[in-house]
Design a protein around this ligand. Structure first.
Ligand SMILES: Nc1ncnc2c1ncn2[C@@H]1O[C@H](COP(=O)(O)OP(=O)(O)OP(=O)(O)O)[C@@H](O)[C@H]1O
Length: 256
């Protein structure tokens, strides 16, 4: 399999000389084209930080990330592969959707990064209508504001926004954690279907093992900023190698 993303010895340090937080410590891993790689670990283990390094929201302190063999970060600058190629869906659609914008404006937002010709093609009304219907919303929803929707519907808006540019890679950071269990299942199924239909690759961050088990081909386990284990989902779940993974699994399975 070809790695779409290759992370090589990545470190991310926050803070100043006195107060240093090593959020990500010497992580190396591939994300293969077409897979869903789950990223698990306790709160503060560095999952979101790693996700942010991949979408350009944080620059690594050292190390290298390549995307289709091209370096993503060069001297603290994010070298966007193709505008809109890498997208994200965050946990809380309440705070990630601008309350002052109508749904149509929210979904179209990422198109502003695209060249004019592509913006026109991707931003056609036919495409927009097909997309909102595909994510389970209605065309009349496009003129409404985020507060007029339920949590699940807001996450569908966030998914449409992520898809409008025609991405290949999506970082999903706890995309269903804020949702009720039944709504969570619907959104997870939608994500699975959309992944198939659009040949997407997912990095799926979650602390919920049932969700990870359902969604992911492989699992990477983070502990205190480092990577302790990475393998196929069934291997990590049935034969965890690292003591921390065993502990994490038993504590997670108790709450799930
Ligand atoms: N902008 C920041 N400035 C300083 N420290 C930060 C910043 N962002 C994250 N950290 C710290 O880096 C470490 C890793 O945080 P991160 O959010 O990546 O963990 P996480 O595994 O995603 O946790 P959670 O599951 O709670 O979201 C934590 O100690 C956190 O406090």
């Amino acid at each position: 399999m070809t790695p779409l993303v290759q992370i090589n010895h990545i470190n991310k340090i926050y803070g100043n000389r006195k107060d240093v937080i090593e959020a990500v410590k010497d992580i190396s891993l591939p994300v293969y084209e077409g897979e869903t790689l789950g990223l698990v670990g306790e709160s503060g283990s560095g999952k979101s930080t790693l996700g942010k390094l991949l979408i350009g929201l944080e620059a690594p302190t050292s190390g290298e990330i390549t995307y289709r063999d091209k370096v993503l970060w060069k001297k603290k600058r994010f070298m966007r592969p193709r505008p809109g190629e890498i997208q994200t869906v965050f946990q809380d659609p309440q705070s990630s959707l601008d309350p002052r914008l109508r749904v149509k404006q929210i979904i179209f937002e990422p198109l502003s990064a695209l060249p004019l010709k592509e913006r026109k093609e991707k931003g056609s009304i036919e495409r927009l209508h097909a997309l909102v219907k595909r994510v389970g919303l209605k065309v009349e929803h496009l003129d409404r504001y985020p507060h007029e929707f339920s949590g699940g519907q807001r996450q569908r808006i966030a998914i449409a926004r992520a898809l409008i540019t025609g991405p290949s890679f999506i970082v999903l950071d706890e995309p269903t954690s804020a949702l009720d269990v039944s709504v969570q299942a619907q959104v997870l199924n939608l994500l699975k279907e959309l992944k198939q239909e659009n040949q997407l690759t997912f990095l799926f961050i979650s602390h919920n093992m049932s969700v990870i088990r359902y969604m992911c081909d492989r699992i990477a386990v983070m502990y205190k900023g480092g990577l302790v284990e990475i393998d196929e989902t069934k291997n990590v779940l049935n034969h965890p190698k690292h003591d921390y993974t065993k502990m994490l699994l038993s504590s997670m399975l108790k709450v799930n």
